[in-house]
Design a protein around this ligand. Structure first.
Ligand code: SF4
Ligand code: SF4
Length: 423
Protein backbone atom coordinates (compact mmCIF):
# COMPACT_ATOMS: atom_id res chain seq x y z
CA UNK A 1 0.00 0.00 0.00
CA UNK A 2 1.22 3.48 -0.78
CA UNK A 3 1.62 6.10 1.97
CA UNK A 4 4.19 8.43 0.44
CA UNK A 5 2.61 11.53 -1.17
CA UNK A 6 5.75 12.08 -3.28
CA UNK A 7 4.97 8.98 -5.35
CA UNK A 8 2.51 9.01 -8.28
CA UNK A 9 0.81 5.84 -7.04
CA UNK A 10 -0.31 7.71 -3.90
CA UNK A 11 -2.56 9.95 -6.00
CA UNK A 12 -4.00 7.22 -8.22
CA UNK A 13 -7.74 6.87 -7.44
CA UNK A 14 -8.01 3.31 -8.74
CA UNK A 15 -4.94 2.19 -6.77
CA UNK A 16 -6.39 3.84 -3.65
CA UNK A 17 -9.70 2.05 -4.09
CA UNK A 18 -7.92 -1.31 -4.34
CA UNK A 19 -5.78 -0.54 -1.27
CA UNK A 20 -8.89 0.49 0.69
CA UNK A 21 -10.75 -2.69 -0.24
CA UNK A 22 -7.73 -4.78 0.72
CA UNK A 23 -7.43 -2.96 4.07
CA UNK A 24 -11.17 -3.33 4.70
CA UNK A 25 -10.94 -7.06 4.05
CA UNK A 26 -8.04 -7.46 6.49
CA UNK A 27 -9.79 -5.39 9.18
CA UNK A 28 -13.10 -7.17 8.72
CA UNK A 29 -11.32 -10.49 9.32
CA UNK A 30 -9.50 -9.13 12.35
CA UNK A 31 -11.96 -6.75 14.10
CA UNK A 32 -9.54 -6.02 16.94
CA UNK A 33 -10.38 -2.30 16.65
CA UNK A 34 -14.17 -2.65 16.67
CA UNK A 35 -14.63 -0.29 19.65
CA UNK A 36 -11.88 2.29 19.14
CA UNK A 37 -13.69 4.91 17.08
CA UNK A 38 -16.74 5.40 14.83
CA UNK A 39 -14.75 4.45 11.70
CA UNK A 40 -14.52 0.71 12.36
CA UNK A 41 -18.17 0.05 13.34
CA UNK A 42 -19.23 1.88 10.15
CA UNK A 43 -16.78 -0.20 8.11
CA UNK A 44 -17.90 -3.53 9.57
CA UNK A 45 -21.57 -2.67 9.03
CA UNK A 46 -20.92 -1.83 5.38
CA UNK A 47 -18.87 -4.99 4.71
CA UNK A 48 -21.49 -7.15 6.49
CA UNK A 49 -24.16 -5.72 4.18
CA UNK A 50 -22.16 -7.28 1.29
CA UNK A 51 -21.93 -10.69 3.02
CA UNK A 52 -18.36 -9.94 4.14
CA UNK A 53 -17.17 -9.20 0.58
CA UNK A 54 -15.03 -6.05 0.99
CA UNK A 55 -14.46 -5.84 -2.78
CA UNK A 56 -18.05 -4.60 -3.12
CA UNK A 57 -17.52 -1.52 -0.92
CA UNK A 58 -18.16 1.55 -3.08
CA UNK A 59 -15.99 4.68 -3.26
CA UNK A 60 -18.67 6.70 -1.43
CA UNK A 61 -18.83 4.14 1.37
CA UNK A 62 -15.04 4.08 1.63
CA UNK A 63 -15.06 7.90 1.82
CA UNK A 64 -17.56 7.71 4.68
CA UNK A 65 -15.28 5.34 6.63
CA UNK A 66 -12.31 7.69 6.01
CA UNK A 67 -14.31 10.72 7.19
CA UNK A 68 -15.01 9.02 10.50
CA UNK A 69 -11.29 8.50 11.17
CA UNK A 70 -9.97 11.32 13.35
CA UNK A 71 -6.31 10.19 13.34
CA UNK A 72 -6.04 9.21 16.99
CA UNK A 73 -3.59 6.43 15.91
CA UNK A 74 -4.97 3.99 18.50
CA UNK A 75 -5.53 1.33 15.82
CA UNK A 76 -1.98 1.78 14.54
CA UNK A 77 -0.67 0.97 18.03
CA UNK A 78 -2.88 -2.11 18.25
CA UNK A 79 -2.45 -3.46 14.74
CA UNK A 80 -0.29 -6.58 14.16
CA UNK A 81 -0.16 -5.87 10.40
CA UNK A 82 1.63 -2.52 10.29
CA UNK A 83 4.73 -2.21 8.07
CA UNK A 84 7.07 -4.10 7.81
CA UNK A 85 4.42 -6.86 8.04
CA UNK A 86 3.68 -8.14 4.53
CA UNK A 87 0.09 -6.79 4.79
CA UNK A 88 1.72 -3.34 5.02
CA UNK A 89 -1.38 -1.89 6.73
CA UNK A 90 -1.28 1.65 8.12
CA UNK A 91 -5.00 2.32 8.48
CA UNK A 92 -4.82 5.99 9.61
CA UNK A 93 -2.40 6.94 6.80
CA UNK A 94 -4.61 5.19 4.27
CA UNK A 95 -7.59 7.24 5.48
CA UNK A 96 -5.48 10.41 5.16
CA UNK A 97 -4.57 9.44 1.60
CA UNK A 98 -8.25 9.06 0.77
CA UNK A 99 -8.95 12.59 2.09
CA UNK A 100 -5.93 14.01 0.25
CA UNK A 101 -7.07 12.59 -3.11
CA UNK A 102 -10.57 13.96 -2.59
CA UNK A 103 -9.19 17.37 -1.58
CA UNK A 104 -7.08 17.43 -4.74
CA UNK A 105 -10.03 16.51 -6.94
CA UNK A 106 -12.83 18.52 -5.36
CA UNK A 107 -10.89 21.21 -3.50
CA UNK A 108 -10.49 21.69 0.24
CA UNK A 109 -13.75 22.49 2.02
CA UNK A 110 -14.24 25.91 3.63
CA UNK A 111 -14.29 24.27 7.09
CA UNK A 112 -11.02 22.42 6.50
CA UNK A 113 -9.43 25.53 4.98
CA UNK A 114 -10.35 27.51 8.10
CA UNK A 115 -9.35 24.84 10.61
CA UNK A 116 -6.21 24.00 8.64
CA UNK A 117 -4.77 27.46 9.14
CA UNK A 118 -4.48 27.99 12.91
CA UNK A 119 -1.79 30.68 12.53
CA UNK A 120 -4.14 32.93 10.58
CA UNK A 121 -6.94 32.37 13.09
CA UNK A 122 -4.52 33.02 15.97
CA UNK A 123 -3.14 36.22 14.41
CA UNK A 124 -6.64 37.55 13.70
CA UNK A 125 -7.84 36.76 17.24
CA UNK A 126 -4.85 38.50 18.77
CA UNK A 127 -5.61 41.80 17.02
CA UNK A 128 -8.36 42.31 19.63
CA UNK A 129 -8.30 39.32 22.00
CA UNK A 130 -11.03 40.70 24.29
CA UNK A 131 -13.45 41.04 21.38
CA UNK A 132 -12.43 37.66 19.91
CA UNK A 133 -12.97 35.91 23.25
CA UNK A 134 -16.35 37.57 23.66
CA UNK A 135 -17.29 36.48 20.11
CA UNK A 136 -16.49 32.81 20.69
CA UNK A 137 -18.85 32.83 23.69
CA UNK A 138 -21.67 34.70 21.97
CA UNK A 139 -24.33 32.16 20.95
CA UNK A 140 -25.64 34.21 18.01
CA UNK A 141 -22.19 34.68 16.52
CA UNK A 142 -21.32 31.05 17.16
CA UNK A 143 -24.42 29.91 15.27
CA UNK A 144 -23.35 32.14 12.38
CA UNK A 145 -19.84 30.72 12.60
CA UNK A 146 -21.31 27.22 12.49
CA UNK A 147 -23.22 28.09 9.31
CA UNK A 148 -20.17 29.62 7.64
CA UNK A 149 -17.31 27.46 8.90
CA UNK A 150 -19.05 24.30 10.15
CA UNK A 151 -17.70 24.56 13.71
CA UNK A 152 -20.27 23.41 16.25
CA UNK A 153 -21.64 26.35 18.24
CA UNK A 154 -21.66 24.32 21.48
CA UNK A 155 -17.98 23.47 21.35
CA UNK A 156 -15.71 25.37 23.74
CA UNK A 157 -12.96 26.92 21.64
CA UNK A 158 -9.44 27.97 22.63
CA UNK A 159 -9.26 31.48 24.14
CA UNK A 160 -6.97 34.05 22.52
CA UNK A 161 -4.09 35.17 24.71
CA UNK A 162 -3.19 38.88 24.78
CA UNK A 163 0.50 38.13 24.13
CA UNK A 164 2.11 35.60 21.84
CA UNK A 165 4.28 33.07 23.63
CA UNK A 166 7.25 33.76 21.30
CA UNK A 167 7.12 37.49 22.22
CA UNK A 168 7.16 36.63 25.91
CA UNK A 169 9.99 34.11 25.34
CA UNK A 170 12.08 36.65 23.38
CA UNK A 171 12.25 38.77 26.54
CA UNK A 172 13.10 35.83 28.79
CA UNK A 173 15.54 33.68 26.80
CA UNK A 174 19.30 34.00 27.35
CA UNK A 175 20.12 35.82 24.08
CA UNK A 176 18.04 37.45 21.35
CA UNK A 177 20.25 35.81 18.69
CA UNK A 178 20.94 32.40 20.22
CA UNK A 179 24.56 31.29 20.33
CA UNK A 180 24.43 27.52 19.81
CA UNK A 181 27.10 26.91 22.46
CA UNK A 182 24.89 28.55 25.05
CA UNK A 183 21.71 26.66 24.21
CA UNK A 184 20.71 23.35 25.80
CA UNK A 185 17.24 22.81 24.32
CA UNK A 186 14.95 24.36 21.70
CA UNK A 187 11.22 24.80 22.29
CA UNK A 188 8.81 24.10 19.44
CA UNK A 189 5.95 26.23 20.71
CA UNK A 190 3.02 24.93 18.60
CA UNK A 191 0.10 27.15 17.55
CA UNK A 192 -1.90 26.19 20.64
CA UNK A 193 0.75 27.56 22.98
CA UNK A 194 1.75 30.47 20.72
CA UNK A 195 -1.73 32.00 20.40
CA UNK A 196 -3.93 30.42 23.05
CA UNK A 197 -2.06 28.85 25.96
CA UNK A 198 1.19 30.77 26.43
CA UNK A 199 1.06 29.75 30.11
CA UNK A 200 2.21 26.25 29.11
CA UNK A 201 5.27 27.68 27.33
CA UNK A 202 6.01 30.09 30.16
CA UNK A 203 5.79 27.25 32.69
CA UNK A 204 8.15 25.15 30.53
CA UNK A 205 10.69 27.99 30.22
CA UNK A 206 10.55 28.65 33.97
CA UNK A 207 10.92 24.97 34.92
CA UNK A 208 13.87 24.58 32.54
CA UNK A 209 15.56 27.76 33.78
CA UNK A 210 15.03 26.72 37.41
CA UNK A 211 16.91 23.53 36.58
CA UNK A 212 19.75 25.38 34.78
CA UNK A 213 18.66 24.15 31.34
CA UNK A 214 19.03 26.97 28.79
CA UNK A 215 16.04 27.05 26.42
CA UNK A 216 15.41 29.15 23.31
CA UNK A 217 12.33 29.66 21.15
CA UNK A 218 13.58 30.42 17.64
CA UNK A 219 11.44 33.00 15.81
CA UNK A 220 9.86 31.89 12.54
CA UNK A 221 8.25 28.64 13.69
CA UNK A 222 5.02 27.80 11.89
CA UNK A 223 2.19 25.34 12.54
CA UNK A 224 3.44 21.72 12.51
CA UNK A 225 1.02 20.98 9.63
CA UNK A 226 -1.32 18.50 11.33
CA UNK A 227 -4.49 20.62 10.95
CA UNK A 228 -3.76 20.94 7.21
CA UNK A 229 -3.22 17.17 6.93
CA UNK A 230 -6.53 16.57 8.71
CA UNK A 231 -8.29 18.34 5.85
CA UNK A 232 -6.30 16.49 3.16
CA UNK A 233 -4.16 19.54 2.37
CA UNK A 234 -0.85 17.75 1.75
CA UNK A 235 0.73 20.80 0.08
CA UNK A 236 -0.11 23.01 3.07
CA UNK A 237 1.33 20.45 5.50
CA UNK A 238 4.44 19.98 3.36
CA UNK A 239 5.07 23.73 3.11
CA UNK A 240 4.91 24.11 6.89
CA UNK A 241 7.01 21.01 7.57
CA UNK A 242 9.76 22.29 5.22
CA UNK A 243 9.79 25.70 6.94
CA UNK A 244 10.11 24.12 10.38
CA UNK A 245 12.82 21.69 9.25
CA UNK A 246 14.84 24.56 7.72
CA UNK A 247 14.53 26.56 10.96
CA UNK A 248 15.33 23.69 13.33
CA UNK A 249 18.06 21.97 11.27
CA UNK A 250 21.01 24.06 12.62
CA UNK A 251 20.01 23.17 16.19
CA UNK A 252 19.62 19.45 15.60
CA UNK A 253 22.88 19.34 13.65
CA UNK A 254 24.47 20.74 16.80
CA UNK A 255 22.78 17.95 18.79
CA UNK A 256 20.20 20.12 20.59
CA UNK A 257 16.87 18.44 21.37
CA UNK A 258 13.64 19.99 20.12
CA UNK A 259 11.00 20.00 22.86
CA UNK A 260 7.46 20.14 21.48
CA UNK A 261 4.88 21.60 23.86
CA UNK A 262 1.88 19.67 22.51
CA UNK A 263 1.70 15.91 21.83
CA UNK A 264 0.03 16.02 18.41
CA UNK A 265 2.76 18.30 17.07
CA UNK A 266 5.51 16.19 18.69
CA UNK A 267 4.05 13.09 17.04
CA UNK A 268 3.93 14.73 13.61
CA UNK A 269 7.54 15.94 13.81
CA UNK A 270 8.68 12.51 14.96
CA UNK A 271 6.62 10.26 12.71
CA UNK A 272 5.64 12.20 9.60
CA UNK A 273 8.30 14.80 8.83
CA UNK A 274 10.77 12.29 7.32
CA UNK A 275 8.13 11.09 4.81
CA UNK A 276 6.72 14.55 4.17
CA UNK A 277 10.01 16.38 3.67
CA UNK A 278 12.23 13.48 2.53
CA UNK A 279 15.58 14.95 3.62
CA UNK A 280 18.39 14.10 6.02
CA UNK A 281 17.53 17.24 8.01
CA UNK A 282 13.92 16.09 8.42
CA UNK A 283 15.15 12.72 9.72
CA UNK A 284 17.45 14.51 12.17
CA UNK A 285 14.62 16.76 13.36
CA UNK A 286 12.45 13.66 13.89
CA UNK A 287 15.21 11.88 15.82
CA UNK A 288 15.89 14.88 18.05
CA UNK A 289 12.26 15.77 18.84
CA UNK A 290 10.96 15.08 22.34
CA UNK A 291 7.64 15.81 23.94
CA UNK A 292 8.27 18.30 26.77
CA UNK A 293 6.86 15.78 29.28
CA UNK A 294 9.08 13.04 27.89
CA UNK A 295 12.17 15.23 28.26
CA UNK A 296 11.35 16.33 31.82
CA UNK A 297 10.39 12.83 33.00
CA UNK A 298 13.66 11.48 31.64
CA UNK A 299 15.64 14.31 33.30
CA UNK A 300 13.85 13.62 36.59
CA UNK A 301 14.82 9.94 36.33
CA UNK A 302 18.44 10.83 35.61
CA UNK A 303 18.44 13.08 38.66
CA UNK A 304 19.11 16.28 36.71
CA UNK A 305 15.90 18.01 37.87
CA UNK A 306 15.64 19.52 41.34
CA UNK A 307 13.48 17.55 43.73
CA UNK A 308 12.81 20.34 46.21
CA UNK A 309 9.25 21.64 45.84
CA UNK A 310 7.44 24.40 47.71
CA UNK A 311 4.03 22.74 47.55
CA UNK A 312 2.23 19.63 46.33
CA UNK A 313 -0.81 19.48 44.05
CA UNK A 314 -2.16 16.53 46.09
CA UNK A 315 -4.52 14.41 43.97
CA UNK A 316 -4.37 14.83 40.20
CA UNK A 317 -6.61 13.31 37.53
CA UNK A 318 -4.42 13.07 34.45
CA UNK A 319 -5.71 12.42 30.94
CA UNK A 320 -3.32 10.39 28.81
CA UNK A 321 -3.95 11.71 25.29
CA UNK A 322 -3.93 9.36 22.29
CA UNK A 323 -1.03 11.22 20.68
CA UNK A 324 1.01 11.02 23.88
CA UNK A 325 0.36 7.29 23.93
CA UNK A 326 1.24 7.03 20.24
CA UNK A 327 4.68 8.40 21.12
CA UNK A 328 5.12 5.51 23.56
CA UNK A 329 4.86 7.86 26.56
CA UNK A 330 2.27 6.11 28.63
CA UNK A 331 3.90 6.74 32.01
CA UNK A 332 5.98 9.91 31.51
CA UNK A 333 3.59 12.53 32.97
CA UNK A 334 2.46 10.29 35.82
CA UNK A 335 6.05 9.57 36.84
CA UNK A 336 6.99 13.22 36.51
CA UNK A 337 4.11 14.42 38.69
CA UNK A 338 4.53 11.67 41.25
CA UNK A 339 8.11 12.82 41.80
CA UNK A 340 6.49 15.73 43.71
CA UNK A 341 6.12 14.72 47.36
CA UNK A 342 2.49 13.99 48.26
CA UNK A 343 1.26 13.97 44.65
CA UNK A 344 -1.00 11.05 43.73
CA UNK A 345 -2.02 10.67 40.08
CA UNK A 346 -4.91 8.73 38.59
CA UNK A 347 -4.33 8.30 34.89
CA UNK A 348 -7.37 8.15 32.60
CA UNK A 349 -6.37 6.35 29.42
CA UNK A 350 -9.35 7.23 27.21
CA UNK A 351 -9.75 8.98 23.87
CA UNK A 352 -11.11 12.55 24.01
CA UNK A 353 -12.63 12.28 20.53
CA UNK A 354 -11.19 15.60 19.35
CA UNK A 355 -7.89 14.62 17.73
CA UNK A 356 -7.00 17.72 15.80
CA UNK A 357 -9.96 19.28 14.06
CA UNK A 358 -12.46 16.41 13.77
CA UNK A 359 -14.30 16.96 17.06
CA UNK A 360 -14.70 20.68 16.36
CA UNK A 361 -16.91 20.06 13.31
CA UNK A 362 -20.67 20.33 13.76
CA UNK A 363 -21.28 17.12 11.82
CA UNK A 364 -19.22 15.06 14.28
CA UNK A 365 -19.95 16.93 17.54
CA UNK A 366 -22.35 14.34 19.00
CA UNK A 367 -20.13 11.40 17.99
CA UNK A 368 -17.14 13.18 19.48
CA UNK A 369 -18.98 13.49 22.83
CA UNK A 370 -19.86 9.80 22.71
CA UNK A 371 -16.24 8.82 22.07
CA UNK A 372 -15.13 10.85 25.10
CA UNK A 373 -17.90 9.75 27.48
CA UNK A 374 -15.79 7.43 29.67
CA UNK A 375 -13.08 10.09 29.93
CA UNK A 376 -15.38 12.92 30.92
CA UNK A 377 -17.31 10.73 33.37
CA UNK A 378 -14.08 9.98 35.19
CA UNK A 379 -13.19 13.68 35.41
CA UNK A 380 -16.66 14.43 36.74
CA UNK A 381 -16.36 11.67 39.36
CA UNK A 382 -13.01 13.05 40.54
CA UNK A 383 -14.18 16.66 40.66
CA UNK A 384 -12.23 17.39 43.86
CA UNK A 385 -8.82 16.68 42.26
CA UNK A 386 -6.61 18.77 39.95
CA UNK A 387 -7.54 18.22 36.29
CA UNK A 388 -4.55 17.67 34.01
CA UNK A 389 -3.96 16.81 30.34
CA UNK A 390 -0.96 17.33 28.12
CA UNK A 391 -3.22 17.95 25.12
CA UNK A 392 -4.96 21.34 25.19
CA UNK A 393 -7.49 20.27 22.55
CA UNK A 394 -8.46 17.20 24.58
CA UNK A 395 -8.72 19.61 27.51
CA UNK A 396 -11.39 21.50 25.55
CA UNK A 397 -13.52 18.38 25.39
CA UNK A 398 -13.19 17.91 29.15
CA UNK A 399 -14.04 21.60 29.60
CA UNK A 400 -17.04 21.43 27.24
CA UNK A 401 -18.61 18.56 29.20
CA UNK A 402 -17.47 19.12 32.78
CA UNK A 403 -16.68 22.87 32.94
CA UNK A 404 -13.28 21.96 34.38
CA UNK A 405 -10.14 23.39 32.75
CA UNK A 406 -7.29 20.88 32.77
CA UNK A 407 -3.75 22.24 32.98
CA UNK A 408 -0.60 20.80 31.42
CA UNK A 409 1.71 18.68 33.65
CA UNK A 410 4.47 21.28 33.24
CA UNK A 411 2.17 23.93 34.73
CA UNK A 412 1.63 21.74 37.81
CA UNK A 413 5.38 21.26 38.06
CA UNK A 414 6.05 25.02 37.80
CA UNK A 415 3.43 25.74 40.46
CA UNK A 416 4.89 23.11 42.78
CA UNK A 417 8.36 24.63 42.37
CA UNK A 418 6.79 27.98 43.30
CA UNK A 419 7.62 29.50 39.88
CA UNK A 420 4.20 30.42 38.50
CA UNK A 421 3.63 34.11 38.64
CA UNK A 422 7.39 34.77 38.60
CA UNK A 423 9.01 36.96 35.98
S1 SF4 B 1 -6.66 6.39 13.76
FE1 SF4 B 1 -8.20 6.40 15.43
S2 SF4 B 1 -10.01 7.25 14.45
FE2 SF4 B 1 -8.66 6.57 12.78
S3 SF4 B 1 -9.31 4.49 12.31
FE3 SF4 B 1 -7.63 4.37 13.81
S4 SF4 B 1 -8.68 4.23 15.81
FE4 SF4 B 1 -10.16 5.00 14.32
S1 SF4 C 1 -6.34 -1.80 11.94
FE1 SF4 C 1 -5.22 -3.71 12.29
S2 SF4 C 1 -5.79 -4.33 14.39
FE2 SF4 C 1 -7.32 -2.83 13.70
S3 SF4 C 1 -9.02 -4.04 12.85
FE3 SF4 C 1 -7.64 -3.46 11.17
S4 SF4 C 1 -6.23 -5.22 10.98
FE4 SF4 C 1 -7.20 -5.38 13.01
Amino acid sequence: MEYNPHRDEYWNQEALHQDMQQAFDICNGCRLCYNLCPSFPALFQIVESYDDDASKVTTEEADHVADLCFQCKLCYMKCPYIPPHRFDLDFPRLMLRSKAIRAKKKGISRTDRFLGNPEQVGRMGQIAPGLANWSVKNTGLRRLMERIYGIDHRRHLPRFAPTRFSDWAAKHQPQSVPNLDEVDVVLFSTCTVEYHEPGIGQAAMQVLKHNNIRAVVPKGQVCCGMPALDGGDIDGALRRARANVDLLAPYVRAGKPILALQPTCALLLKQDYPTLVESEEAKLVAQHTRDITEYLASAMKKGTLKKEFESSPGSVTYHLSCHTKAQGLKRAAKELLESIDGCEVEMVDRCAGIDGTWGLKAEYYEESLQVSQKLTERFQARHDTHACSDCALAGLQIETVTDREPVHPVEILARSYGLIGGS
